[in-house]
Design a protein around this ligand. Structure first.
Ligand SMILES: Cc1ncc(COP(=O)(O)O)c(C=O)c1O
Length: 401
């Protein structure tokens, strides 16, 4: 057994979430084994040599691959319907791995500007240092995509729905434009999760996750994943970068996240149902000037969202009248919902993107993205939605009257 091998695909998604990739040791354990070891032993020097030449399938070193992580990778690949999965230490390590494996000096990246703050940092600060040009477009505007992709481009990066303003990118149309210029499309699918959206069905080439979020699902461990189907890209570009630069997920985190996957579908559907109820409630709450939630009919891209996703998803954001002062007062008045910049937890979490996840982006860019001083992001948890609504209503009453 080795990591990163093409996955088996014999079951339906719900079954894959529970059983996919499980390999039992000779002890016949029922729960997936947790293998904490840096290295692996060989019965002979010859076996060791054959392992390094690739003639023998045997684990070598946990930076390259290990049994618990391999089970996690295989399960993720089965869920995404991908041939390859590379599990990483964090979501950012996954995004960095995908970009670095694809790009070289002189290349060009086109990306939607509504991205997680650290992704913007990689595009704007790191890639240009290596002679890579980055162009940011309004991801909701197909004319801007078409214009930017009118020149030779190697890579497209996008998030849909985006963090934190829940913008939707037309996956099919952008993949078509990108492929016509030879670019490969990387989709950060964190907000939708593989339960609600499968970007490869719309021709995306690579899907990346922060598995810290809905895969773990209970705010315990960090992780990431890069998923793809292209043999050459996986074996000649991603694998060597992965093995030699060391972004691998730890076996312990993989073990926790294997357990997270078992309940992911149930959790994500419940998160999304709760988010829909809360979004509808916020729409009618005094002092809330805007609600960003793709499941709402009044979201400007509602029909596109519903064509790409099974439901509105677990995340939303909203604007409190009165700017930062009132947004902070609103957060401080919450009693059930916790102030926390993580997302994808069973507990409802609230953050102020302008001073946290998107604080490093300049003010003008934030304004362009709709990340105002009054904007709050909510990761809707698994609590009773009535309790979440009551908490938000009480905070709104305290702050906004
Ligand atoms: C959309 C999105 N992509 C990537 C990341 C980065 O994930 P991680 O914190 O696991 O590195 C985050 C983190 O919040 C995110 O929201």
């Amino acid at each position: 057994m080795n990591s990163n091998r093409p996955a088996r695909k014999q079951w339906r998604c719900a079954t894959n979430l529970v059983h996919g990739g499980t390999h039992r040791s000779t002890f016949d354990e029922n729960c997936e084994g947790l293998y904490l070891t840096s290295g692996f032993t060989y019965s002979s020097a010859e076996q060791q040599e054959a392992t390094f030449t690739g003639d023998v399938d045997h684990f070598q070193y946990t930076r390259f691959g290990s049994p618990t992580v391999a089970m996690f990778e295989e399960r993720m690949a089965m869920i995404e319907d991908a041939d390859y999965c590379f599990a990483t230490a964090t979501g950012m390590a996954a995004i960095n791995l995908a970009l670095m494996a694809l790009l070289k000096y002189g290349d060009r990246v086109v990306a939607s500007r509504a991205l997680f703050g650290s992704s913007v940092f990689i595009l704007n600060e790191i890639l240009p240092r290596f002679g890579i040009e980055t162009v940011l477009v309004d991801g909701t505007d197909l004319n801007q995509w078409a214009e930017a992709l009118g020149r030779p481009t190697q890579c497209v990066l996008l998030e849909t729905p985006s963090n934190p303003t829940l913008e939707i990118v037309d996956l099919k149309a952008v993949c078509e434009l990108a492929h016509s210029t030879g670019a490969r499309v990387i989709v950060d699918n964190v907000f939708a999760t593989p339960i609600l959206q499968k970007p490869m069905q719309f021709d995306a080439d690579i899907v990346v996750y922060s598995t810290t979020k809905y895969v773990d699902g209970q705010g315990r461990t960090m992780g990431g994943a890069v998923l793809l189907n292209d043999d050459k890209l996986a074996n000649d570009a991603v694998l060597p970068y992965f093995r030699n630069t060391g972004p691998a997920m730890s076996p312990f985190n993989a073990w926790i996240q294997l357990k997270g996957l078992e309940t992911m579908a149930m959790r994500v559907h419940r998160h999304s149902e709760n988010a829909t109820l809360v979004a509808r409630f916020l729409e009618n709450l005094k002092g809330i000037t805007r609600v960003n939630y793709p499941g709402l009919e009044r979201h400007p891209q509602h029909s596109l969202a519903m064509a790409q996703m099974k439901s509105g998803g677990p995340m939303l954001s909203f604007e409190v009248a009165g700017g930062k002062k009132n947004a902070f007062a609103f957060e401080n008045a919450l009693r059930l919902v916790t102030i926390c910049n993580n997302l994808g937890d069973s507990k409802s979490l609230c953050t102020h993107p302008a001073t946290t996840t998107h604080a490093k982006i300049c003010e003008a860019q934030r304004a362009q993205l709709g990340i105002t001083e009054g904007l709050l992001r909510l990761s809707i948890g698994l609590e009773d939605p009535e309790d979440i609504k009551e908490d938000l209503a009480a905070a709104a009453k305290t702050v906004l009257g």
